[in-house]
Design a protein around this ligand. Structure first.
Ligand code: URA
Length: 187
């Protein structure tokens, strides 16, 4: 994994994203479960670790629900830097969803990460990693959440809503809890 991360760093430095700080995946190298998010946010960029901000708190509590510890899994993102816009109001950086070229740039590294970890199961968090892992742009979390499927590469895949979606849409909370109960049966 270290070699892969070194290669990714070198490639990013040669790219349009050279100014960006990279946040690598982290966790158990032979983990049975690999969780994949969208891209780091501000806290993740600051600390250089995935899922340490608000979404990370939600992630930790959902891991507790299914009886897992963060150290037992591998956690990564599709895009390895924080996608930002500059707010016209404040002039500060604000998060934005990753763009297609950014996703395409990082997809080969995600695939390599999965080859190294060889997880029994992938849990995607939100639409971006779901589309990336299935290679299907029409795949939708609204249709696929909470249902175990298999990817073309042969990984078991359990799509979940992004933990941050619960922050913005309280109505999803019950759906999310139900999905977690289903996931719990597989871990
Ligand atoms: N949201 C993500 O998708 N990934 C992170 O690392 C943090 C928040």
């Amino acid at each position: 994994m270290e070699k892969l991360n070194q290669k990714m760093t070198a490639d990013v430095l040669q790219s349009d994203y050279a100014e960006k700080k990279i946040v690598f995946g982290e966790g158990k190298q032979n983990a049975k479960i690999c969780m994949i998010g969208e891209a780091p946010g501000g806290d993740e960029e600051k600390q250089g670790r995935p899922f340490v901000g608000k979404a990370g708190k939600n992630l930790s509590s959902f891991l507790e629900t299914i009886g897992l510890k963060r150290e037992e899994i591998y956690i990564t993102n599709v895009v390895k830097f924080r996608p930002t816009n500059v707010s016209p109001k404040t002039g500060n950086f604000v998060n934005r969803p990753p763009k297609k070229p950014e996703i395409d740039f990082f997809l080969p590294y995600l695939k390599k990460e999965l080859e190294i970890i060889q997880p029994d199961m992938i849990v995607t968090l939100g639409n971006v990693p779901l589309k990336a892992v299935t290679g299907d742009d029409s795949a939708s979390i609204g249709d696929m959440h909470g249902i175990m499927t298999t990817t073309k590469d042969g990984y078991k895949l359990f799509p979940l809503y992004h933990p941050a979606a619960i922050i913005y849409n309280r109505g999803l909370s019950e759906v999310y809890q139900n999905d977690l109960q289903v996931l719990k049966q597989y871990v």
